[in-house]
Design a protein around this ligand. Structure first.
Ligand code: ADP
Ligand code: ZN
Ligand code: ZN
Length: 711
């Protein structure tokens, strides 16, 4: 007897192919099985989606190709995992095969059965080595707020939004929640997500310290893009086969196969890094909420027991942040999420007060104002540390000729190349194009070409000069260091730099927003933002939300050690000290800020009160990109859901050309998420037709971005 498995394979995003392809098999294959199947002239990895015993309609049984091999010894991917993938594909307008296959570790694609069996044996022996539970190292006694949060979580039937001040001990809540979830059964698993790879080492150390003794070091695995293919494969297998009880990872980990998933923690849930910016543009935070609900609903057909009467075990989701996204905050005010507050800091220290420096009253051209500089000097003398933020790396964002109009434009992008003084290069931060700085103006030969504006390199240089005479308590000169994407590129350099800070070797750390996030710096008592004004008046309606979160997070780096917290301060230099954002920041008043922002969003029909998608196009010319978008819009007339959807005219992106590719986008808006979804689903096939329009010749690619983070 023959079966006709439909298999998800990695198909091109807009290939116009069916979501899954049909094959023939002489034996029945469980849905979720991993198989190798022919595709064109290649043999590829696929996931069995269903396995009917009659050929699907329209399939000529004689033409169906046989499944080449089944990967033995691997349990099938659970129904709930397949549902997650199916949902993500539908919601984000991608193919099931693309999402399914990109969710699997790349090394699985070229794994034959022999090597797979070897890996599985290695995994099994690691498990027996883990041994029996020993006593866990002592956990601190919970603060009353932490205890309350955990009680609320235990009873919660909805997603829980943990709104905890920086330093309120959210991580301890995650640890206890994890402990409880793991105790709920011998196969229970927990997924903990962080926004950036940088933050994994710190969190991994804390989870290992708590759980390694009891569960063995193999019970925790990491998943992020900084791992080698072999490491990723091993981590994936450990999670899929149940040896790993805790998976700690970045957004990609949301698709990990976790058959015993009982808890998902999303740390710093407001962070934009949870939204993928290429390929399938999913939000790992939103998928976490979906996944938790759905894991609680789908009985797993393969998990034994699970008859129709047995309710599936509950899976909870815990979103944590000191500055939640307005989406999550709004969901909590509506009662869709349950909010739990932890306003106090561990040790009772307060949040650092805000010192606004009105730059209108400072000496002209001062990068660091005199009062801020004085405050820094005092701290260094006392043996305390300062963190100075400037959200622009490099020495200067542009070089310019004083005699003619020459500027350091990138020949391939509509952007300037940034001057990096350390290696004397002009570097494009969009396409990477790098050249040595010219000695003279390339256009007129003038020798006087000068940097305009400031980046972290320049700030580091200036501070080193300004603080040259300052002595630390022990008489040695003050030391300034810089931490940004440039200084942390090499493997291990981030750890080394963090260590230099923790050990007290460094007095002043200059950096971009990457240093403001999540790190637990003990001796920093002054945090300053040098120039944040651009975000106050940005066209992007999310800019204030981001700035507020950044400054709150940055302030949270100060005074984490209660011994110093009394003297901690957050400084902000601004030309607009009257801006209401700073008033809310001075009160550490996230709820007040959120309410004001939400009122504005509601009045304008913006998310979370309205729903958006972008159709993006890349083309050889701007005309072709826009012609495709406008052609697609014209074709959309009369589509289902269309009466509730507004299409805006195509516009170029703010940075219109990158690496010689012209970029444009078209905004789609609706007051109803289901209507928007219906519309996008119906629109998809028409996009393929619009691509073929003669005026769209030169179109390179297009993509739909659902719930975009910047429009
Ligand atoms: P958050 O993530 O909310 O900013 P952390 O979880 O990093 O805060 O906690 C801040 C500090 O307080 C950490 O050094 C942590 O070890 C410590 N801490 C957390 N909970 C407790 C507790 N119940 N008792 C003592 N120290 C705690
Ligand atoms: Zn010139
Ligand atoms: Zn460029």
């Amino acid at each position: 007897m023959s079966f006709w498995p439909s298999v998800a394979v990695a198909t091109p995003a807009h290939g116009g192919l069916a979501p899954t392809l049909s094959y023939r098999s002489e034996s029945v294959l469980a849905p979720g099985s991993l198989v190798r199947v022919p595709l064109g002239s290649r043999e590829v990895l696929g996931v069995v989606w269903s396995c009917p015993d009659t050929p699907p309609e329209g399939l000529d049984p004689g033409l169906a190709r046989p499944v080449a091999a089944v990967l033995d010894g691997l349990p099938p991917l659970a129904a709930s995992w397949r549902q997650l993938v199916g949902f993500a594909a539908r919601y984000y307008q991608r193919s099931v095969g693309e999402i399914a296959l990109s969710a699997l570790p790349p090394a699985l694609r070229d794994l034959d059965n022999t090597r797979l069996q070897r890996r599985l044996r290695r995994l099994a022996s690691a498990r027996s080595a883990a041994g029996a539970a020993a006593t866990s190292p002592a956990a601190p006694e919970l603060s009353p707020e932490q205890a309350q949060a955990l009680t609320a979580l235990a009873g919660a039937q909805r997603p829980v939004l943990l709104h905890g001040a920086t330093g309120s001990g959210k991580t301890e809540v995650y640890l206890r929640a994890t402990e409880r979830a793991l105790a709920s059964g011998p196969t229970a698993q927990v997924l903990v997500m962080v926004p950036e790879i940088n933050l994994t080492p710190q969190l991994e150390a804390r989870f290992r310290a708590r759980f390694d003794t009891a569960f063995g070091s193999g019970a925790l695995v990491c998943m992020h893009s900084g791992m080698t293919p072999a490491q990723r494969l091993q981590a994936w297998l450990a999670a899929h086969c149940g040896q790993a009880r805790i998976v700690l990872g970045t957004r990609m980990a949301i698709f990990a196969s976790l058959p015993g998933l009982r808890l998902i923690v999303v740390d710093e849930e407001h962070d934009p890094s949870y939204k993928s910016q290429d390929g399938a543009r999913y939000s790992a935070r939103d998928l976490a909420v979906y996944r938790a609900r759905q894991e609680s609903e789908v009985p797993d057909e393969e998990a034994g027991g699970g008859g129709p009467d047995t309710a599936p075990a509950r899976c909870q989701v815990l979103l944590g942040s000191a500055t939640p996204s307005l989406e999550s905050w709004h969901a909590a005010t509506q009662g869709r999420y349950q909010r739990v507050d932890m306003p106090g800091r561990i040790g009772g220290g307060g949040l650092p007060p805000l010192r606004l420096v009105d730059m209108n009253h400072q000496p002209k051209g001062a990068l660091v104002s005199p009062p801020l500089l004085a405050a820094m000097q005092a701290r260094i003398a006392r043996g305390e540390q300062c963190l100075i933020l400037l959200n622009r790396r490099g020495y200067a964002p542009v070089l310019s000729c004083g005699a003619c109009d020459w500027k350091s434009s990138c020949p391939h992008c509509s952007a300037y190349r940034v001057f990096h003084k350390t290696d004397r290069t002009l570097r494009c931060h969009h396409c990477g194009f790098t050249q040595r700085v010219p000695r003279a103006c390339p256009d007129c030969g003038n020798l006087d070409i000068a940097p305009i504006g400031r980046g972290t390199e320049q700030l580091e240089e200036q501070l080193a000069a300004l603080l040259a005479d300052v002595r630390r308590a022990d008489g040695s000169p003050a030391r300034v260091a810089r931490m940004d994407a440039d200084t942390t590129r090499a493997r291990g350099s981030l750890e080394a730099q963090l260590e230099a800070l923790h050990s007290g070797e460094v007095d002043v750390l200059v950096g971009t927003q990457m240093v403001a996030k999540g790190h637990d710096f003990r001796r920093i008592t002054l945090v300053a933002s040098i120039n944040a004004d651009a975000a106050l008046f940005a066209a992007d309606y999310r800019a204030p939300e981001r700035l507020f979160a950044l400054l709150m997070q940055a302030a949270g780096r100060a005074g984490r050690d209660a011994r110093h917290s009394g003297a901690s301060e957050m400084w902000v230099q601004t030309w607009h000290p009257q801006h209401p954002l700073f008033a809310a920041l001075a009160r550490h008043d996230y709820p007040g800020f959120a309410a004001a922002q939400l009122a504005e969003r509601q009045a304008a029909g913006m998310p979370p009160f309205g729903f958006q998608a972008l159709l993006r196009a890349d083309a050889r010319t701007q005309q072709a990109a826009q012609a495709f978008l406008n052609g697609a819009a014209a074709a959309a007339a009369g589509l289902p859901g269309g009466d509730q959807v507004t299409l805006y005219p195509a516009v170029p992106l703010p940075v219109q050309r990158v690496a010689n590719v012209e970029r444009a986008q078209l905004l789609v808006e609706s007051g109803s998420r289901p209507a928007l979804q219906r519309f996008l689903a119906a629109w998809q096939p028409l996009l393929l037709q619009a691509r073929a329009l003669p005026q769209a010749r030169g179109l390179i690619r297009f993509a739909v971005d659902v719930d975009p983070l910047s429009v």
